[in-house]
Write a protein that binds this ligand. Sequence first.
Ligand SMILES: NC(=O)c1ccc[n+]([C@@H]2O[C@H](COP(=O)([O-])OP(=O)(O)OC[C@H]3O[C@@H](n4cnc5c(N)ncnc54)[C@H](OP(=O)(O)O)[C@@H]3O)[C@@H](O)[C@H]2O)c1
Length: 316
Amino acid sequence: MNERPKRQPAMTRADFLRFAAGSAAALVLGGGGGPAAAGTAKAMQRRAIPASGELLPVIGLGTYQGFDAAPGSEEYGRLPTVLRTLFAAGGAVIDSSPMYGLAEAVTGELLATNGNRRKAFVATKVWTRGQAEGVQQMEKSLRLLRAEPLDLMQVHNLVDWRTQLATLRDWKAAGRIRYLGITHYHAGAYPELAAVMRAERLDFLQINYSLDEREAERLILPLAAERGMAVLINRPFGGGGLLRRLHERPLPPWAGEIEVASWAQLLLKFVLSQPAVTCAIPGTGRPEHMADNAGAGRGRIPDTAFWRQHPELFDL
Ligand SMILES: NC(=O)c1ccc[n+]([C@@H]2O[C@H](COP(=O)([O-])OP(=O)(O)OC[C@H]3O[C@@H](n4cnc5c(N)ncnc54)[C@H](OP(=O)(O)O)[C@@H]3O)[C@@H](O)[C@H]2O)c1
């Protein structure tokens, strides 16, 4: 987690600016999304939530680790700019969980104070057993996030899902949450996940998918499409390991064809190639990484056939 990937050496500053013109680079180099950046930026692409038709921007923000930062720390000091960068780029989705230490409290505090609250689509999770414990935890999450109604409540890792999903349905009917869903993060859970997806009506699925973890392609993503579920993608960088492995390598010569300026953008466009995917939520606590990631929501997003023309990518 601590090793910070650097920008690939083969890309010159001129290359970077050319590929990223009007995108994330403009936000960073232009000083965080001022009028110049906004004027040149292409809009971030959006995709519909099947249950409602509401459009969500395709790149969001995960708060695991990055937003578990103590007020007053150097890490905390960077977070207002992370959020401003997300919104300036046209992003909206922010994903948290009571599992992520201070992340819900920090997210709630910063959204309340930075004036962008209405631009956010806030998602969190319930991660406990028992009906009363679930209610108590969700009450706390809504309070910390200062979000009522909350946009999306998810059952984290399917923990006690029958019990928690029943409460989520009640809360949705009562208008306390707008959408409900389930999450997981590894292929070992896919058989159970698929059974729940078939048995229940769910607005959202959140699942891991990346160049390194492709198992969801086979059953889970097609099933989500068939069942009319929006899909959030967690771990698009394999938790960060993929980027650490790739950052020393030059970008492939065809990177310009799909308008990517960095490995992070390439990996995110790989994820977005799947038509079932609604939004990827890479985790970061760094403004420059947020800007980089947001750049993947602009320009050409190739279809899945594109990657099959470049099989060498899967051996990296
Ligand atoms: N079961 C579940 O429900 C579940 C499980 C896992 C994850 N999630 C959610 O999904 C989100 C994403 O997953 P994740 O955070 O585990 O893994 P990830 O998004 O695959 O990778 C995050 C790592 O990549 C680094 N990074 C991000 N953008 C970068 C960039 N442009 N250049 C270089 N490094 C970059 C981050 O470090 P920096 O902070 O230095 O940028 C961090 O170390 C989580 O934050 C969480 O909200 C949910």
